[in-house]
Design a protein around this ligand. Structure first.
Ligand code: MF3
Ligand code: CO
Ligand code: CO
Length: 271
């Protein structure tokens, strides 16, 4: 179902959605988040990421929704699963998870034309101490970025909040990938940078929908893409983590579309 949309677009090419559009985003975001909740107990030592992806694809189908990633620029899977030093866009495969592996699972679904895009971190087996800190810092960096979302602030305020926090923890923010506008399309203006200077960039306005999805490395920020043309890894092989929410700007703050129905977004591991 392709929806036509009549609405304002800013000078920077950012679409302004209406009050009613928030409901569509909530439905799509809630499904993506519920899928990430349901996959959590399946993340186990000895499990393959291809099996996790197959479960995710089945959950999308069962919900009567559409995967936004299958067929996107030739991508063939319902999720990206990025293990350890993989920064993002990890391709699900037959390799089995080992004790202490950390992984990001990123799911984007389409419900009634609306896109819900979210990712979070998981662990197989026992969480190593340094990975625990990385995951905690990355989660908190996303939340600090979200706290900067309100009309009148700028996209630079979001990036600055994230970068300042991460670098104070002596970790680094990946520059090579960013968040994005979304709504009735997957990737739209603006590029939502996870670094930058406060007060710079386009002003945030009520009705803007976008993702914030910082990737944080324990080592240097540089990445490279492998020969499969998708998998992005840290150049120095250091561990990397990422969390992603889809959000909308409200009259006085922010609405998070991809909150976990089970309260499982934050990494509180039973270990
Ligand atoms: N969900 C990713 C994002 O956050 C995009 C994945 S595109 C894919 O923007 F093709 F790699 F799946
Ligand atoms: Co995204
Ligand atoms: Co995503």
């Amino acid at each position: 179902m392709k929806k036509e949309h009549r609405g304002r677009v800013t000078r920077d090419g950012i679409r302004i959605y209406s009050d009613a559009d928030f409901a569509g985003m909530h439905k799509a975001g809630a499904l993506a988040a519920a899928i990430l909740d349901r996959v959590a107990p399946e993340v186990q030592v000895g499990q393959s990421t291809a099996a996790l992806d197959a479960m995710i694809e089945a959950m999308v189908d069962e919900a009567g929704a559409t995967s936004a990633t299958i067929g996107y620029k030739g991508y063939k899977h319902a999720s990206c699963i990025s293990v350890n030093h993989v920064v993002c866009h990890g391709i699900p495969g037959e390799k089995l998870l080992k004790d202490g592996d950390i992984l990001n699972i990123d799911v984007t679904v389409i419900v009634d034309g609306w896109f819900g895009d979210t990712s979070r971190m998981y662990v197989a087996g026992k969480l190593p101490r340094r990975a625990e800190r990385l995951i905690e810092v990355t989660h908190d960096a996303l939340m600090k970025g979200i706290e900067a979302v309100r009309p009148g602030n700028t996209f630079g305020d979001i990036g600055a909040a994230i970068q300042t926090y991460v670098e104070a923890q002596r970790m680094s923010v990946v520059r090579d990938f960013c968040g994005h506008g979304l709504g009735l399309v997957f990737h739209a203006p603006p590029n939502v940078l996870h670094y930058g200077r406060a007060g710079t960039g386009p002003k945030l306005e009520e009705g803007m929908f976008f993702t914030i999805e910082p990737m944080v490395n324990l080592g240097r920020p540089e990445t490279k893409v492998l020969a499969d043309d998708w998998t992005a890894v840290t150049r120095d092989k250091s561990l990397s983590a990422q969390f992603e929410h889809s959000v909308g700007v409200t009259s006085d703050g922010v609405d998070i579309f991809t909150l976990s129905p089970g309260g499982l977004f934050h990494p509180t591991y039973s270990a």
